[in-house]
Write a protein that binds this ligand. Sequence first.
Ligand code: IZC
Ligand code: ZN
Length: 413
Amino acid sequence: MFADLIIINASNIATCADNQQGAGIIENGYVAVKDGRILEAAAGSPSQNIINSDTEVIDAMGKTVTPGLVDAHTHLVHGGSREKELPLKLKGVPYLEILKMGGGILSSVKNTRDASKEQLKAKALKSLNQMLVYGTTTVEAKSGYGLDFDTEVKCLEAAKELNGEHAVDIISTYMGAHAIPQEFKGDTQGYMDFMFEKVMPYVADNKLAEFLDVFCEDGVFSPEESRTIMQKAKALGFKLKIHADEIVPLQGAELASEMGAVSADHLLAASDKGIEAMAKAKVTAVTLPGTSFYLMLGKYAQARKMIDAGVRVAIATDYNPGTSPTESLQTIMSFACFGMKLTPEEIIKGMTLNAAYALDRQQEVGSIEKGKKADLVIFDAPNVDYIVYHYGINHVDTVIKNGKIVVKNRQIV
Ligand code: IZC
Ligand code: ZN
C-alpha cells in the first residue's frame, strides 16, 4: 500500500499514544498517511514499499510533529467583545460582581441576541481560522450567550454549519445553563423549567449538541440546581460537562463524578476529595490556565495533584469574550507551564489525547497511531520543550487535517 503523504526526517514526533510515557516521543522519524488516516509512524526512514511517484513527501528536518491540537473548551460562537470592562477589572471589581451588575456574560448575551446568524458565523469563522493557523484541528463549542430559545438555536446552528464548512472539526455543547437571563431574574426555577420544556428537547431531537454544560457557581446555578439540570440532560441523551469549582468551592468535582460527566472544567477550587472522586469516576479534568491569568486570580488548578491522583488532565483555551479572549493554545501552553508547573510533554498530551478524552473522541483523534485521523501539526521547533519555552509566538509551520495540507508556512491554503 502506498502512502498519500509522508513526513520524513522529523526531529521529534510526539505520538501522544495512550500507553506511552510522557508524550511518547519518537526521535528522527516519519509519519505516513493514507486515505486521511495515519498509516504508520516510526523512527528512521520509511520503507520504499510505501512510497511511489504519487506520494507527497514533506521534509521536516529540525521540526517537531504532533497530533492536531484539540481545544476541549471554548465559547466559540458569540457576539461582541468586552474590552470596555477592562477598567473595571483593573479597579479590582470581581468577575461575579460585574455579572451581578448585568455586565459580563449578560452583556455578551445582549450582543449575541442582536447579531444575525450570518454575523455570528462570520465572527466565529475568523476565530476558527486563527485556531487552525495556531495548530488546532478539533474544537469544542458551547452555546450559552443566547439563553432564549431562538438565540441558543441560532448559535448552535451556526456552529453546526461551520463544522460542515471549515477544516476544523466542531463538537457542540448546549450551555443554556450559563447564566440566568434578565427576563427570568429572580426566577431560576422558571428558567430551568423553560430549558427543560422548550430548549433541551429541541436541541436533542435536532442533534444540535452532543454535550450539555452547566455553570455551577455562586450566584449562577447552585450544586442542587446543576444536579437537576444534569439529570434532565442525561435522560435526553446528552453527555455531560460542568464548569466546576471555577471561583467558589462548591464541590463541583464531586458532582461531576457522581453524575458520570465526561469532563469537569476549571477546578481551581476543587477539593482533594473531589480530585479523588474524579480519578475513580474517570472524569477528565479540563484545566483552563489562561482564565486564571486573565481573572488575575493568583492561583491555578492543581494539575500536578490531579495527575498524581490518577486524573487525566486536559488543557484548553476557554476562548470566550470575558475571561479568556484568545484562540491560541500555544499561548495557553505558557500558563500551563509557568502557572500549573506542567512539563512540556504533559502539556502537549493535555492538548491532544487528554483533550480528545474530554470530548469522547479518543478513538478518532489526539494521538499519532495507526488508523486515527491524520490530523497533524508540524512545528518549526526542534522538540516539544522548545515550543513551550519560546513563548508568545506561533511556531506552526504546517497543519494537516484529514490527511490534507490546510496550513503551509503559517498561511491557510
Ligand atoms: O463570558 O464570562 N466563566 N463563563 C464562565 C465564562 C467564564 C465566559 C464569560
Ligand atoms: Zn467556559
